[in-house]
Write a protein that binds this ligand. Sequence first.
Ligand SMILES: Nc1ncnc2c1ncn2[C@@H]1O[C@H](COP(=O)(O)OP(=O)(O)OP(=O)(O)O)[C@@H](O)[C@H]1O
Length: 346
Amino acid sequence: MSALVISNVHCSYNGLDILSDMSVTLEDNEILCLLGSSGCGKTTLLKAIAGLLPLKSGEITINGKVVNKTGFHLPPEQRKIGMIFQDYALFPHMTVMDNVVFGIDELPKKEQQTRAQQVLDLVNLSEFSERYPHQLSGGQQQRVAIARALAYQPDLMLLDEPFSNIDSQVRLKLIAEIRQILKKAGVSAVFVTHSKEEAFAFADKLAVLDQGSIVQVGTPDELYLRPATRFVADFLGGGNYLPATVIDEHHVNTPLGRVCSTVAHHKSDATSYDIFIRPQQISLTANDAGAGVVSDVQFLGASSKVYVKLAQQEFECQVAQHFTTQQVVDLAVEPHELILFDKQSA
Ligand SMILES: Nc1ncnc2c1ncn2[C@@H]1O[C@H](COP(=O)(O)OP(=O)(O)OP(=O)(O)O)[C@@H](O)[C@H]1O
């Protein structure tokens, strides 16, 4: 059974349409990330799933149970949803244990304690059960919030920018930890972020949103390797666009020469497209007789961003070797699965 089915959902605020015709399905035990820039409607969709916002039309099903359809709206407290916010939302005057027990206080006392102990073990915080939130780091507080939500045994967990208050040094470690916790607990989750790095690290499935619509849904690598639109390609990494004319199923001609595809691209011969090339797919070789000139270098540690001027265009390249500005270089494109878009109409 699917953990969540969103079908043709429309939402509006004060008569103004915010979400239009959104559809996405989340399987059991899967983590879905809603990814998009500020104001695209991520939080609005999360609120609609939680039941905090009525739908204009469409249907939402959680764990096989319809929670929204025409003329029906199940209240938030009956949806068996756990919510995690970026500010943790812990009660400052309560210990970790009391915070966790808070959501399950209708259970018999003994069961409350057993369940709280289990979830605190799961998030590795048993030894901190008597501490207060201010005596914990941001990452530990977020793990308490996760424990509190899990104690309630939700059918679905919703996480709204859960890592944005966490120091970037420890963020990726916490993301990996929380992903493991959710997987161990067997809980399906939807999480919202505007960061592609967080989305790649946390999600099984990504839905990229733009101006209230879902533009593409798929696994992180599917979307990265095969973006359906320029918007998705740019949002997931950015790169260089250049004209390309198809030679055959595996080759195109570009201003950087012939580029080889590792898989058949199924585009028509002799037709012109725009090829999208990521910075790490271009290799550079120092060559005094080369066609490109390095215009800028950004040192990134393990690699460098190197900007190269060739003809009228500046190319962004990411390479392991060191180059200096004004150096003359040759550019070549490594064989890869090509990304070709129809030419944009002027
Ligand atoms: N209560 C509200 N009343 C009217 N408009 C709203 C309300 N809440 C949000 N909006 C509008 O709805 C749109 C989507 O907002 P939403 O909060 O869903 O975006 P978001 O993708 O989560 O952005 P962010 O990453 O900045 O949190 C925005 O244009 C916003 O201004």
